[in-house]
Design a protein around this ligand. Structure first.
Ligand SMILES: [Zn+2]
Length: 416
């Protein structure tokens, strides 16, 4: 027995000499050296972001959907995403949010029409700059685009209202390229109840919503549980046959009472299901002190406006507001985002956490050191400092979401 063990030990030693490069203890390096390594990792690893609101930013910017697009092939003075900054930060596959405001739900057909036009706009972006962007409908597409140096534009639909009241639209949107659907947005819809709403229309997932989740499983669309109420979350987990995602949600422990984030109980339930939660970087998602502090800033500005007889559109007010907000907003830091990742890892393990920035969707609330897509290496450096391995970081950047996505593809392939 002893001889047997030592042979195994010997074999192990030979194996490790031949295959493993010496382990680097990143925690012992200087900050500058660690950032250098973080930048290398960001460039060499596929990085997926679960939620970027570029299509909505383009729409708000007055771009006429499929006929015209914001030129993000070059550096843009505002917003959090464009091609040069994405390349700098090593971001390879930002999920484009096909976002349908809850207001559209009141008008039959309006949600689907908006989804269709935002999909066309996203496709237009890829076809206008084929040397920079490409559509992506699978992990395999992202890998192929990455090998060519292209930024992938996978699509997720934020708000299942786009399905309207017709189950056939689930398959329709799969054909149009949608690969996740966030079941609700800010208000309860036909599918289920939303975290921001207090109406409790269905007490969770509706009967129609149950059918929608089953149909999403069948056709191969990931079920996204960001934005839903806790009841809807639990109901959807009970129905789904495959792992789920939360495309842009953070940890509720750091924002008590904020149902839009996930409680420990839900994080554990999601891990049991094999899913992944992608951490939102927005200030009010990662720190309740930020939410309180920024409310004070807003209050001051409203008073200032009244005292000085100014309106919101006056240039004098805008200049003051910008300077005041920059000086007084208690922005969280990149370390706070790492705290959320730490919490998920400590609670359920490294296999269930990813990145879902909400860039271009959370305004001027982003943490210092993580203000746009060029700054992902700062987060990676912080994780290295905390003892995360390169493999841990690969899981966070893409392996976890690819695992879920492939499981969803496989289930759909077997359902045909
Ligand atoms: Zn959202």
């Amino acid at each position: 027995m002893k001889k047997y063990l030592s042979l195994i030990a010997l074999a192990g030693m030979i194996f490790s000499c031949e295959t493993k490069s010496p382990q680097i203890d990143y925690t012992q390096l200087s900050d500058a050296k660690r950032l250098e390594i973080a930048k290398e990792i960001a460039q060499s690893t596929i990085m997926v972001d679960g939620h970027v609101d570029l299509p909505y930013r383009m729409k708000v910017g007055g771009f006429t959907l499929q006929r015209e697009i914001l030129d993000v092939s070059v550096r843009t003075p505002d917003g959090n995403f464009d091609y040069p900054r994405s390349k700098e930060g090593g971001l390879d596959a930002p999920f484009m949010s096909i976002y349908i405001p809850a207001g559209n739900q009141a008008i039959p057909g309006a949600s689907k029409a908006l989804a269709d036009s935002l999909i066309l706009m996203t496709e237009r972006l890829a076809s206008t700059f084929p040397d920079k962007f490409a559509m992506a409908y699978s992990p395999a597409d992202i890998e192929a685009n990455f090998a060519k140096g292209l930024i992938s534009l996978p699509m997720g639909m934020e708000n299942g209202a786009g399905i309207e009241d017709d189950l056939a639209n689930v398959e329709y949107f799969h054909k149009r390229g949608i690969r996740y659907i966030t079941l609700t947005h800010g208000k309860d819809n036909l599918i289920g109840d939303a975290s921001y709403d207090t109406t409790g229309t269905h007490g969770g997932l509706s009967e129609f919503g149950e059918k929608v989740v089953a149909e999403m499983n069948r056709v191969g669309i990931m079920v996204d549980l960001s934005h839903v109420s806790d009841y809807t979350f639990r109901d959807a987990l009970a129905i789904t046959q495959v792992p789920v995602i939360a495309s842009h949600s953070s940890v509720r422990k750091f924002t008590p009472g904020f149902e839009r984030n996930m409680s420990d109980e839900l994080i554990q339930a999601m891990a049991k299901n094999g899913g992944v939660m992608m951490i939102n970087f927005g200030g009010s998602f990662i720190d309740s002190a930020y939410a309180a502090g920024s409310a004070k800033v807003r209050e001051h500005l409203v008073n200032y406006m009244a005292e000085n007889n100014l309106s919101r559109s006056d240039s004098a007010f805008r200049a003051y507001a910008e300077a005041y907000a920059a000086a007084n907003n208690p922005f969280p830091t990149v370390q706070r985002v790492a705290d959320h990742i730490d919490h998920v890892r400590n609670l359920v393990g490294i296999d269930y956490v990813g990145l879902g920035s909400d860039f271009d969707g959370v305004g001027d609330s982003l943490p210092t050191g993580l203000k746009d897509v060029s700054m992902f290496p700062n987060l990676i450096a912080e994780l290295l400092k905390r003892g995360y391995s390169k493999e841990d970081i690969e899981k966070i950047c893409y392996k976890n979401i690819f695992r879920v996505w492939k499981a969803v593809e496989e289930y759909a392939a077997n359902s045909k």
